[in-house]
Design a protein around this ligand. Structure first.
Ligand code: SF4
Ligand SMILES: [Zn+2]
Length: 129
């Protein structure tokens, strides 16, 4: 049974990332949908969204100019549309890929979570359990 998780990922050694990919727990064909099968692309992307190594996976696919399949949450078309753009950097909250160079977070949810972490007091308030 698959154990998909939304837990924030932590950076892993680049050489280890393939072992940690969630796609190892599901049918690999899911990541190579037939042309035009948008529903299959969405299913593959939903697995990638919870994958702890999506930053490493996407960076690797973009660096290699991988043409086929869904990698790091981006489809073939998504990656084609990124040609010539900078490689992603890590989200300050979940460590996943951020595609826009001027953004610190990959999503609104991560931005809210990251900002809450920054404004939280470093020690428990007096009287807190
Ligand atoms: S990001 Fe997607 S394709 Fe890449 S290792 Fe994770 S599940 Fe597999
Ligand atoms: Zn994030």
């Amino acid at each position: 049974m698959s154990t998909l998780s939304n837990k924030p990922s932590t950076p892993v050694e680049l050489s280890d990332w393939r072992d940690a990919g969630l796609c190892a727990q599901v049918d690999p064909d899911l990541f190579f949908p037939d042309p035009g099968d948008r529903a299959a692309v969405i299913r593959a992307k939903s697995v990638c969204a919870a994958c702890p190594v999506r930053f490493e996976c996407l960076t690797d696919a973009l660096t290699r100019n991988e043409r086929f399949g869904v990698w790091g949450g981006l489809s073939e078309r998504d990656r084609r549309n990124r040609r010539g753009k900078p490689l992603p950097h890590r989200c300050r909250h979940c460590h996943g890929p951020v595609l826009e160079p001027e953004h610190w977070y990959c999503s609104l949810a991560c931005r809210k979570a990251g900002q809450a972490e920054q404004t939280a007091p470093p020690f428990p308030a007096k009287g807190a359990a």
